[in-house]
Ligand binder design. Structure first.
Ligand code: FAQ
Length: 177
């Protein structure tokens, strides 16, 4: 497939996903607690549960969620720039933290939650408003009873690598209150 065709395919897939999402919000804690990670994330993808407000703010969409692997997409824009004239490092960090955390969530049963303890990002190439759509693809390395580790890459439709990251997440029981 030609690079411009793949870029259009990515944009079309994101538009189709966006059309099926609910309004941004935060699901009830009881739903979070009673759902496995896969059930919860599939609920967001199907429009049954709200996508996170931060994803809406940054223009980041879930593209694919499967056990141990997630893909999120965004299109860097002028709104994401730092004063130096390229996309702020927080944009990639947010995409990576999202994809990595959700990848770990896919491996968790109902009643278990997670939170990021550590995020290491290597910024390998600057993003601009000419970059076009980029995807953060995360895969789980290990999830135990207390700790989850995952790695992720951000690439564009040409396969160009922009950032590489690893995370360590804490896994814990979600309390009822
Ligand atoms: C340039 C370098 C740091 C080093 O690259 P190298 O190890 O030498 O590797 P390589 O030679 O393979 O080149 C790779 C690509 O880089 C390009 N390139 C090379 N030299 C230059 C140059 N002098 N200037 C411009 N571009 C240069 C080169 O053409 C190639 O691109 P291409 O293949 O043609 O498409 C690269 O890793 C990078 O840009 N990382 C992203 C950093 C980033 O975006 N951080 C986040 C934003 S910071 C933030 O927000 C914090 C903040 C907050 C608030 C306020 C202010 C700030």
């Amino acid at each position: 497939m030609e690079p411009q065709d793949k870029r259009q395919q990515w944009l079309d897939e994101a538009a189709a996903m966006r059309a099926g999402l609910a309004a941004p919000g935060v699901a009830d804690r009881a739903i979070l607690r009673s759902s496995s990670g896969m059930e919860f994330l599939q609920g967001i993808g199907s429009g049954a549960l709200p996508p996170a407000p931060i994803a809406d703010l940054m223009g980041i969409l879930p593209i694919s969620v499967e056990p141990g692997r997630t893909v999120f997409q965004g299109t860097p824009a002028l709104a994401h720039y730092n004063p130096s004239g390229v996309v702020h490092g927080g944009y990639a960090a947010t995409m990576l933290d999202t994809a990595l955390g959700c990848a770990i969530h896919t491996m968790l049963p109902a009643g278990k939650g997670y939170t990021t303890l550590e995020l290491k990002v290597n910024y390998l190439r600057a993003m601009t408003d000419k970059t076009g759509p980029v995807r953060a693809e995360a895969t789980v390395v290990s999830v135990g009873g207390q700790v989850g580790v995952a790695e992720a890459r951000i690439t564009d439709a040409n396969g160009k690598l922009y950032a590489f990251a690893t995370t360590t997440c804490l896994v814990f029981d979600i309390s009822a209150a």
